[in-house]
Structures are given as structure tokens and as C-alpha cells.
Ligand binder design. Structure first.
Ligand code: ZN
Length: 338
């Protein structure tokens, strides 16, 4: 492969030509194509990884654009799923990289197929539930992963190499109680904080691939408003349920309806149990008498009683206009059916 376009990057001795060749052979998974995902994916694709698989469940909105730098107003008005819009931008930036976008919810049931054949996973999500699933899967399979999170002007990052240091659950033994932690909905988010953490995550992936010894071995915390930067050592928990006792409870969740609010959006997501495949055209016909329907290539939109549904072929549905998860589930049952 011609690596000449990376010569400025290869001049840096930490990477060098040998490191660049390793990047070119690497298969990276980016989980979430929002703010962090925009930075991480752009830097790693421009930096010349060989293959990138991207997953996201959502659509870009105008209120995303200040921080989700892969998207533009056109993507918002066209309602292009983020993973597809991101893949188009990334391919235009570097055609040498093979990009595989996946439009779905990353959870205990979908992570296995998503992560198949990947060398490293990157957390660019906005929620703890997904991070515990990533951690369980990565530790079980022995795949390194990079955690990143941003809130307000601050952010954190932790690089997890199974068997060689703490895992995410050594840091957070249990998920926080619902409603007990701030989210980007309540605390806001500053783009420069995202840029810093996204860049740290991209650098950690480069190091894991090219020079694993120089990875970050602690919990990095950054605040761009207070101009604060610190790495704190994290001990491995001797009785950590995940990396100590090897109990992967977050992968063993019962198959049930998943209902959750998508952070940074007013959509509530409903994922039905089981890998269902539904006929969108048949559903469009069934809903036509009671809703305004529009059948798109990948999804069906239906609007009725002030509620907007976006339904994908696997039954996953985004509901906007419902004021609570319970209301979203109840209109889903009424119109889409369980
Ligand atoms: Zn652990």
C-alpha cells in the first residue's frame, strides 16, 4: 500500500513507518457516531487505519452540529442516519480506508456481531449502560478498548487492556442509579472538551496498535474551562466481577423490550426483543389510514396524534413527541404492535 500521504505522521518517531504499517492493517470499531465519534473516527480514518466499523442508532439534529463535526445542515434536512452520513464523509477524506457503517443499537445482543474481527473498540457513546456491555465483551474476548466521556467542559478517558490493568468495572463497580448522574441534557457539553477527549482516544488507539507500551495507564481527567489535566492511577479491583471473577452479567441480560431516552435528542428508542425482521411496506400500508406515512430506503416514518415514529427493518423504533418512556412504549404498542 502507498503510505506516502502519511509522511508527516510517519516522521514522528513514536509512530514511524513501521507503526504506520500496523495502522494500515488494523481493524477498529467506533461505537457511537455523535460528538466523540466524529473526532475519533475522523482522526483515525485520516490517520490511515485499515478498516473501520461504525455503529450509531440515531439521526443528526441541528442542535448536534456545534459538536458533531462530521455532519452538516444537509444531513439534518435529509434525515440521513448518522452512521451513513459519517461513512460518506470519512470515505471522502480517505478512500484507502474501508468503512463499514452499521445503523443499529449497540447492546448485549448486537455487540458480538459488531465486534467480530476487530482489533480494538472505541467508546464514543453517551451512556453507562453501553459502556458496561462493551467492558464485559472486551474483557471476555481479550480485546483492548478505549473509554471516553465528556460532560460540560470536562472529560475522562481510560484505556482498558484486559489482563494488563484495571477494567472499566474496577473504576465503576456498579452502574449509577438512573437519574443520579448528569447527562449532556442536564449539564450541556462544550465542543473543545469533546475535541480533547476524542483526540486522546484516537491517540490511544494509535498507540495500542503501533506501540502498546506507551498507552495511558491511568484515568485521565481534563477540564478545558479550568485548564486542568491530570492522570490518576487506578488499581485493579481484586474481586472485580468482570476482570476478577469473570462474570459477564451485562452480556447475559434477558431479552426484553429496551426503552431509553437518546441523550442530546428528544427521541425515545424502543428495541423489541429478538432479532425480528418486519416488512416496512406492509407496515406502511397498515398505518396509512391512521397516520401520515413516508417509506424511505432504510426506514419508515409515520406521524399521528403529535407522535413521530421512525421504524427500522429490525423493528427498532425512535419515538418523538412522547413526554415519557411509558407514553412512548404505549403508543408504540398501539400503532406498531409488540
Ligand atoms: Zn475489572
Amino acid at each position: 500500500m502507498d503510505l506516502s500521504r502519511y509522511r508527516r505522521q510517519m516522521l514522528y518517531p513514536g509512530l514511524g513507518e513501521a507503526g504506520q504499517e500496523k495502522l494500515a492493517l488494523a481493524r477498529v470499531g467506533v461505537i457511537g457516531c455523535g460528538a466523540l465519534g466524529s473526532f475519533v473516527a475522523a482522526e483515525l480514518v485520516r490517520g490511515g487505519v485499515g478498516f473501520m466499523r461504525l455503529v450509531d442508532r440515531d439521526f443528526p439534529e441541528l442542535s448536534n452540529l456545534h459538536r458533531q463535526i462530521l455532519y452538516d445542515e444537509q444531513d439534518v434536512s435529509a434525515r440521513t442516519p448518522k452512521a451513513l452520513a459519517a461513512a460518506r464523509k470519512l470515505r471522502a477524506a480517505n478512500h484507502q480506508v474501508e468503512i463499514e457503517p452499521v445503523v443499529e443499537d449497540l447492546n448485549a445482543f448486537s455487540i458480538e456481531e459488531f465486534a467480530r474481527g476487530l482489533d480494538v473498540l472505541v467508546d464514543a457513546t453517551d451512556n453507562f449502560a453501553t459502556r458496561f456491555v462493551i467492558n464485559d465483551y472486551a474483557v471476555r474476548q481479550g480485546i483492548p478498548w478505549v473509554h471516553g466521556g465528556v460532560l460540560g467542559a470536562s472529560g475522562v478517558s481510560l484505556t482498558v487492556v484486559p489482563g494488563e490493568g484495571p477494567c472499566f468495572r474496577c473504576l465503576y463497580p456498579e452502574p449509577p442509579a438512573p437519574g443520579s448522574v448528569e447527562t449532556c441534557e442536564t449539564a450541556g457539553v462544550l465542543t473543545p472538551a469533546v475535541g480533547v477527549i476524542g483526540s486522546i482516544e484516537a491517540a490511544e488507539v494509535m498507540k495500542l496498535l503501533a506501540d502498546p507500551g506507551s498507552r495511558n495507564r491511568g484515568l485521565l481527567t481534563v477540564d478545558v474551562w479550568e485548564t486542568h489535566f491530570e492522570v490518576v492511577e487506578i488499581e485493579r479491583l481484586s474481586n472485580c466481577p468482570t476482570c476478577g471473577r469473570r462474570e459477564f452479567t451485562f452480556l447475559e441480560a434477558e431479552r426484553e423490550f429496551l426503552v431509553d431516552q437518546i441523550c442530546g435528542s428528544d427521541a425515545i428508542q424502543i428495541v423489541p426483543p429478538g432479532a425480528s425482521s418486519i416488512s416496512l411496506s406492509a407496515l406502511a400500508e397498515r398505518l396509512a389510514p391512521v397516520a401520515r406515512v413516508s417509506l424511505r430506503e432504510l426506514y419508515l416514518e409515520a406521524e399521528t396524534e403529535g407522535i413521530h415514529f421512525t421504524i427500522f427493518g429490525d423493528g427498532r423504533t425512535l419515538v418523538t413527541g412522547a413526554d415519557s418512556a411509558e407514553r412512548a412504549r404505549s403508543v408504540y404498542d398501539r400503532f406498531i404492535g409488540s
